[in-house]
Ligand binder design. Structure first.
Ligand code: IMP
Ligand code: MG
Length: 336
């Protein structure tokens, strides 16, 4: 029985969705709660052959007995939320904290038209302007939203997330974005609009630091980033394609920028500030195709095993979960 947080250790798109969906199915937490910025996130889940691109709701929806909540610190686009509730058929168990910030059409338009947003290469989902609005104390909360005429049907989704997560025995908290996109610790000003480290994610859902058991930092076997800002050892699209590393954004469809390597100084800093206790490594099968679908550590190739050993040595944290394919179940789980 525990309260664990999953965060991204790179520039987002590390494969948090896949790790969350695996942990949801196998650890069966009572509640899965989403922290982080908002619908700028694109978490992809492949479950039973179907792809679910998630932006608001937690990827933990795949565990059908869990409450699926969105914390007070998250900016919410009610239309995106409703669409995802529909897609995942989670009407009876999805909820949003009444204090969460509402993203309005004005926020989206401001994000799409501002020169600074273009310079940063934002996702144009209105997240930054909503966070600004909250800081300026002009933004609406979900409580304000449901009090407006026409939004009565939305009331059933409104809840008190801190109360729920603090009275539950087991909670899985889903962070979004990645450490290098933190507004404090990332590549400022080329970053997102909030801190993305575990402490902030915990606060987003109303869990105090003493309540957290494990912080699982997700890293991909290579590095990608979308939008502007420095990416060490960046490859050309052709080089990335040749290696099989070229990816496209879940939210924006933009080609992701790629770097072949892991950047140890960044990962050590991410591990330190997140207080990470475990690493989940994803897309090992993209780096080493021979490990595709492997579920036992002993069946990994020696090349793949030495890569994992290097990560453990360089970052100083055990690699406990290893992704070997896109399905939620394609995982080597060394926690067993
Ligand atoms: P914003 O969060 O939409 O304001 O975008 C700011 C920067 O963060 C841009 O470079 C985005 O591409 C990046 N970003 C925001 N959310 C994510 C994410 O979930 N994955 C990857 N990059 C992201
Ligand atoms: Mg993503």
């Amino acid at each position: 029985m525990s309260k664990n947080i999953v965060v991204g250790g790179q520039y987002g798109d590390e494969g948090k969705g896949k790790i969350i969906s695996y942990l949801a199915i196998h650890d069966k937490p009572e509640i899965i709660a989403r922290g982080g910025v908002g619908p700028n996130a694109g978490h992809e889940v492949w479950y039973k052959g179907q792809r679910f691109p998630m932006r608001m709701l937690s990827c933990g929806f795949v565990y059908e007995n869990a409450r699926i909540l969105i914390g007070a610190g998250v900016s919410v686009n009610p239309d995106v939320f409703l669409k995802e509730v529909e897609m995942t058929k989670t009407h009876g168990r999805a909820g949003i904290d009444f204090r969460a910030t509402v993203i309005t059409q004005e926020h989206i338009e401001a994000d799409a038209s501002s020169e600074n947003s273009a310079r940063i290469g934002t996702t144009k989902t209105g997240c930054g302007p909503a966070v600004s609005g909250r800081a300026a104390r002009t933004a609406k909360t979900i409580a304000d939203y449901v009090a407006e005429p026409g939004h009565e049907d939305f009331k059933k989704y409104v809840t008190d997330v801190p109360k729920e997560v603090n009275s539950a025995k087991s909670v899985l908290v889903e962070g979004s974005q990645g450490f290098m996109l933190s507004v404090y610790y990332g590549t400022y000003p080329f970053c997102t609009s909030k801190d993305t480290s575990a402490s902030s994610i915990a606060a987003d859902v109303g869990l105090g630091p003493t309540k957290i058991n494990d912080v699982i930092m997700v890293i991909k076997a290579y590095t990608t980033r979308v939008g502007s800002g420095h990416l060490p050892e960046e490859l050309s699209v052709d080089e990335a394609k040749q290696l099989g590393f070229q990816e496209y954004g879940t939210v924006t469809g933009r080609p992701r920028r790629t770097s072949k390597n892991l950047h140890w100084d960044n990962l050590r800093l991410a591990a330190m500030i997140n207080g990470a206790t475990q690493i989940a490594l994803t897309k090992l099968d993209v780096k080493f195709p021979a490990v595709a679908g492997v579920k036992k550590y002993s069946e990994l190739t020696s090349e793949a095993k030495s890569f994992i050993e290097i990560i453990e040595k360089e970052v100083g944290i055990p690699v406990t979960l290893i992704g070997t394919g896109k399905d939620a179940e394609d995982i080597v789980d060394r926690r067993k």
